[in-house]
Ligand binder design. Structure first.
Ligand code: CMC
Length: 424
């Protein structure tokens, strides 16, 4: 923070506004005092607005940088594991070995769902989208743990974090099992976090499940790469819901709802749908032309990003992982992959995409990996949601443990001014 000021002239008024600097990144102008001058700022989509102060994640979109608590995402993906990243996001520092072991053990102790939760799954239609089920079931956790949830109590917030991190893979896998009519598979605590997720997804009670270590490692990387992404739409939704003092499980359910849309977490599912629609390499040019046509709403799914205007550092790690997984599974000649590779090449060379800095984003590659592992398309955003839960929680936790006010945006009203109700 500094004592620098920005001056805003509106008509004959000159207003001084404080300017603050973060550790890194752009300065911000504190516009909170404007309301007293009868002025609001106008920023639909929050493109220029910092809605909070945060010390969790930093993104430099121009230079393709993503840091969690200062650590580059590439280094975390290479050297860490998802649960250690969860600890880092939550606590602010990497754990010592003892803290790390304790954290892993604690998470393992919370993986089972309350047995009554099975009934919630059964209330859904079999063909319900798994995101709809996940949103409902996570919201329902608030009914199970409401009494033990005092948001001002740090210990209770920690337990909530442990429960959420531990139970999300169980909920996610059960959404899938329910949709295909297979029995729910219980967590096995001798497995790692990602191995356990794979066994709950693909295991059956009549056979022993042996997780493939390369696929488990790839899953763990997908979890790490989706763990947090600063003040995106779903995280901002969780913060806004949490600013009212709402139950944290309900707040996480609001994040799941916001993530679902194709412009956000739904993009990895949309990528695979798009590749299937393209169908054959000979159709690619037609789809590229559609993407460039201003009169056609079609967009190349998995390309472009609101913040990354150079490259998405997560996409780089994901691209490497995609190649590892596809070669492990002998799927290098998969027709959808061929289409994906050709699209990637075109987008990196075509003037339209280069000019607009539309690079393949993380969802472009994660969809391919998840498909290769055997996770159905409708589950892609569910995997994103379970990975992002720690990010949502860390932001909610940061907010409620500091000074905060209820979120209440303003508007530029363009409706009718006051008028009288027409009498008969
Ligand atoms: N295909 C074709 N053209 C595009 C695309 C695309 N995927 N994305 C942006 N454009 C064009 C857009 O038409 C506009 O062109 P012009 O300047 O001529 O009007 C220009 O690029 C800028 O687009 P914008 O809509 O102003 O960019 P935005 O920052 O508002 O949107 C985005 C970002 C991610 C919503 C958008 O790029 C998009 O819809 N991409 C496809 C969906 C997708 O992959 N989403 C996942 C994002 S990464 C996961 C996450 O973090 O949630």
């Amino acid at each position: 923070m500094t004592d620098r000021k920005a001056t805003l002239s509106v008509g004959d008024k000159s207003i001084e506004l404080p300017v603050y600097s973060g550790t890194v990144g752009p300065d911000v102008i504190d516009v909170r005092g404007l309301v007293k001058q009868g002025i609001f700022t106008y920023d639909p989509g929050f493109v220029s607005t910092a809605a909070c102060e945060s010390a969790i994640t930093y993104i430099d979109g121009e230079n393709g940088v993503l840091l969690h608590r200062g650590y580059p995402i590439e280094q975390l993906a290479e050297h860490s594991d998802y649960l250690e990243v969860c600890y880092l996001l939550l606590k602010g520092e990497l754990p010592t070995d003892a803290e790390n072991t304790l954290f892993h053990d604690t998470i393992k102790n919370h993986t089972m769902l309350h047995d009554q939760m099975r009934n919630f799954f059964q209330g859904f239609r079999r063909d319900a989208h798994p995101m709809a089920i996940m949103c409902g079931v996570v919201g329902a956790l608030s009914a199970f743990y409401h009494d033990q949830m005092d948001v001002t109590n740090e210990h209770q917030r920690d337990i909530t974090a442990h429960r959420l991190i531990a139970k999300m893979p169980t909920i996610a896998a059960w959404c899938y099992k329910y949709s295909i009519g297979q029995p729910f598979i219980y967590p096995r605590n001798n497995l790692s976090y990602s191995e356990n997720f794979l066994q709950m997804m693909f295991g059956v009670p009549c056979e022993e499940f042996k997780p493939n270590p390369i696929l488990a490692k790839a899953m763990d990387k997908i979890f790490i790469l989706h763990a947090d992404h600063e003040q995106n739409a779903s995280t901002s939704t969780v913060r806004l819901a949490g600013s009212t003092g709402a139950n944290p499980y309900a707040c996480i359910a609001s994040g799941i709802a916001a993530l679902w849309g194709p412009a956000h977490g739904g993009a990895n599912e949309a990528v695979l749908d798009m590749l299937a629609e393209i169908g054959d390499e000979s159709n690619i040019d037609k789809f590229i032309a559609k993407a460039k046509d201003k009169d056609d709403p079609f967009r190349l799914m998995g390309f472009g990003h609101r913040v990354y205007k150079n490259f998405d550092p997560r996409a780089k790690v994901m691209a490497e992982t995609a190649h590892e997984v596809l070669s492990e599974l002998g799927l290098e000649d998969d027709p959808l992959l061929k289409i994906a590779q050709r699209l990637e090449q075109i987008a990196l060379e075509d003037e339209y995409f280069v000019e607009r800095k539309l690079y393949p984003n993380v969802d472009f590659y994660s969809g391919l990996i998840l498909k290769a592992i055997g996770i159905p398309t409708s589950m892609f955003t569910v995997v994103f949601a379970m990975s992002r839960t720690i990010g949502w929680f860390a932001h909610w936790n940061e907010m409620v443990s500091g000074d905060y006010r209820i979120g209440r945006p303003r508007q530029l009203y363009t409706g009718s001014p006051a008028r009288d109700y027409p009498k008969e």
